[in-house]
Design a protein around this ligand. Structure first.
Ligand code: RM4
Ligand code: MN
Ligand code: MN
Length: 431
């Protein structure tokens, strides 16, 4: 647990649940020891896994057809940070929040920092937003920001990014994530080469303004809102940008930003191989940028991605320092419950990846034993690691079962009383 002043309510699982956990963990530990693993070492590895929470995921998201908000949702950055601290208290694995500017604009950054200290949370990458026009903004991003043929619009977008860096500096962030909606809806609308060149030039200026210990993440996405040609549409475009910017520019992989059936773990491996894998936006997807709960649709893919990451970590690949972040929109679930479930799913995928016998796998690969190589992965994937993950949470002061602990805590009811309901409906908050 962190410096959170009070231990969250709901942490005390019933005695029966404690006993059941102890029994399950002992059985799993014995089995793993039999397979040559040190259970305590595995628990410690899982305890070391941390992921950042997105400030924009604490309120109900929406689609372009509507939004159905729930009770007690946060209305201010401080309230989002309170919710984040609660999620961290129950999971012990989410000690940072990622801000989105200007959605999280706050008049007094000193207050934001002192709230964060009081709540025991820190800040991960800051995100810019040139995909919407803000009230009072002089020039429109309707036809693009960094790619816009109009130099004054590009200048405005650059100034916004410089401002976002200042916000990040004030809270102690160490990275800027740039996702651009830039692109075209119709052939002929914009120059396919020229638009990319303009994006690169603008990013060069932003990169030059980064503090020395910061990284810049470029995030690709195949379509939406540009339905014909998105400028940074794929990992290749993202990599070209990162390579042309410099060492501290890396690519961010949002799991929902790939067309159906694209092999994401292969993309991860490619980026790892050239030291350009900067981080993740975790979520899951059936069709496109669906923003569903990580692990809810393709859990094996999530495991295979973590397998590449754990392997890269063990091999100490140069430049390997992935920023793990969540980017989801919770349209139906209570946002806090969805995030608790997400962190648990990520911990499970990570724990399973820690169980892969890499030496054995390499031998099977070298001898061309296809079945046994695949079985080595499946052996890890099919292990029920829930007791391991629960034990890791418990040792970090979190809950055995965060969702049940949240329900037992009365937190949502308390916040519903403290935070008068927002107006029903309204515009979607998430793209
Ligand atoms: C985009 C992308 C970005 C996020 C916005 C809100 O689809 O995933 O990471 O900042 O949505
Ligand atoms: Mn994203
Ligand atoms: Mn997205």
């Amino acid at each position: 647990m962190t410096a959170t002043s009070e231990r969250p309510a709901g942490l005390e699982a019933g005695r029966a649940a404690e006993r059941a956990h102890e029994r399950d963990f002992a059985a799993l530990a014995e089995r793993l020891e039999g397979e040559g693993f040190a259970a305590d070492k595995l628990v410690a590895e899982v305890q070391g896994f941390e992921v950042a929470l997105p400030s924009w995921a604490f309120a109900t998201g929406g689609t372009r057809f509507g939004r159905f908000s729930g009770a007690g949702e946060p209305r201010t950055l401080r309230e989002k940070m309170e919710d984040a601290a609660f999620v961290h208290g129950l999971t012990g694995a989410a000690p940072r929040i990622s801000l989105h500017i200007p959605w999280d604009a706050a008049p007094n950054m000193d207050e934001v920092c002192s709230d964060a200290r009081r709540l025991g949370i820190g800040f991960d990458a800051v995100n810019s937003n040139t995909f919407q026009d803000q009230p009072g903004q002089p020039l429109s991003y309707k036809l693009g920001s960094f790619s816009n043929p109009n130099a004054a619009i590009r200048r405005q977008a650059i100034e916004h990014h410089l401002h976002v860096i200042e916000v990040g500096k004030a809270v102690g962030s160490k990275a800027l994530t740039v996702w651009l909606a830039d692109g075209s809806n119709y052939p002929g609308q914009m120059s396919l080469r020229g638009s990319f060149d303009r994006v690169r030039e603008c990013l060069q200026e932003v990169y030059a303004a980064l503090p020395d210990d910061w990284r810049l993440f470029t995030e690709h996405k195949p379509y939406e809102p540009a339905f014909y040609a998105t400028v940074v549409q794929d990992w290749g475009s993202s990599l070209l940008l990162a390579q042309s910017l410099g060492d501290r520019a890396q690519c961010l992989v949002d799991l929902g930003h790939h067309l159906p059936s694209v092999n994401i773990e292969l993309i991860v491996a490619r980026l790892l191989g050239v030291g350009k894998l900067g981080g993740f936006h975790f979520n899951d997807s059936k069709y496109g940028d669906d923003d569903l709960t990580a692990g809810s649709i393709k859990p094996y893919v999530l495991f295979l991605i973590f397998h590449e990451l754990v392997l890269a970590g063990r091999e100490e690949l140069p430049g390997f320092d992935p920023a793990y972040m969540i980017d989801q929109s919770h349209n139906l679930k209570d946002p806090i419950e969805a995030l608790l479930q997400t962190v648990d799913q990520l911990q499970q995928a990570y724990a399973k990846a820690c169980l892969v016998d890499h030496a054995q796998l390499a031998e099977y690969q070298a001898s061309g034993d296809v079945i046994m190589a695949e079985r080595t992965l499946k052996q890890a994937y099919e292990t029920d690691v829930r007791p391991l993950v629960a034990e890791a949470r418990r040792r970090r002061g979190g809950a055995l079962d965060p969702v049940l602990a949240f329900r037992a805590s009365g937190y949502r009811a308390q916040k519903t009383a403290e935070r008068p309901a927002a107006a029903p409906g309204g515009a979607p908050t998430h793209l």
